[in-house]
Design a protein around this ligand. Sequence first.
Ligand code: MG
Length: 378
Amino acid sequence: MPDGLAPYAVAERNSRGRVHAEPAPSWRNEFQRDRDRIIHSSAFRRLEYKTQVFVNHEGDMFRTRLTHSLEVAQIARSVARALQLNEDLTEAIALAHDLGHTPFGHAGQHALNACMREFGGFEHNLHSLRVVDLLEQRYPGFSGLNLLFETREGILKHCNRDNAMRLGELGRRFLERRQPSLEAQLANVADEIAYNHHDIDDGLRASLIPLSKLREVDLFRDVERTVRERWPDLDAKRTRYTVIREMLNRFVLDLIETSRARLAAAQPADIEGIRAAPAPFVDFSAPMREQHLALKRVLRLELYEHAQVHDMAQRSQRIVTALFTAFMQKPTLWPGQLAPLLADPQQRAQQIADYVAGMTDRYAMAEHDRIRRAGNKG
Ligand code: MG
């Protein structure tokens, strides 16, 4: 291919384009335009103050949603180049993939989902799409960012049947059990590689994950031994970084080699060959998938379910629930500078969910304080 892309990569010539037609950009390609729109969005800026695992104010060294998204993009871009995929599209998807996250990470999402149960629920992945399709209001001709089909397809990682029917062309692959582009597949796996490794790093730094538990995973043990043999006098901090970097490297290399071999065996002629395949091409080898899952298990048991993380999660859920309930029951608490609350309960619930989901951790806490003070007065 003249553009250096594999024949089955997403390219401008095979893109399904934008919902609202726009003149072609003059000094960047369409995918770079999407990436730029995502970076300039307000939802992207707010990722800086949203929890990944540790609530932002727990320490300046921990990952936030923003640094997580940057690490995902970095990993995904490296692999995209190695596989001759569309690096700009991969980057755009990676940067946008968590835009729909609530404050306080998964705890916030659980709480908001429970609040929204009778109104269709709340799901952060679907909400990411809502952010780029509707909630960002910054262009004269349309709501949302008017991103390319392929960027939106990459953002929507999973989707139930009802939502798939409602989403039309974008939802069709979930009904027909077809695959998304390789760039979307890649951004998804890069997300998993990124959080596994940075959560181990943050978990060790916070002394929440015992090294003994990580050493129960073959790969960790093997990499740690190799690093210690090579650099026996290395201090603990550099050893930790080196072990994590080396593990990450092994996953990335395995991902490249396995995906390349699968593509070489199937020889898809074009992107249709990717979409029609029975399973994703971008994946780890079976042994590395096993190690990946083993690390995930340690993270779940030792970090995500750690009493300290759990306490913070419960506090976060109470804040999100209190915010939603207060706005639903007491419209006078609704901030005046926003559009007036809608009368229809379904629409009102959605409006409140959009507002609460868009909050940063610290803004949610400030709003919670304001509401409590107002409640005490009245
Ligand atoms: Mg993520």
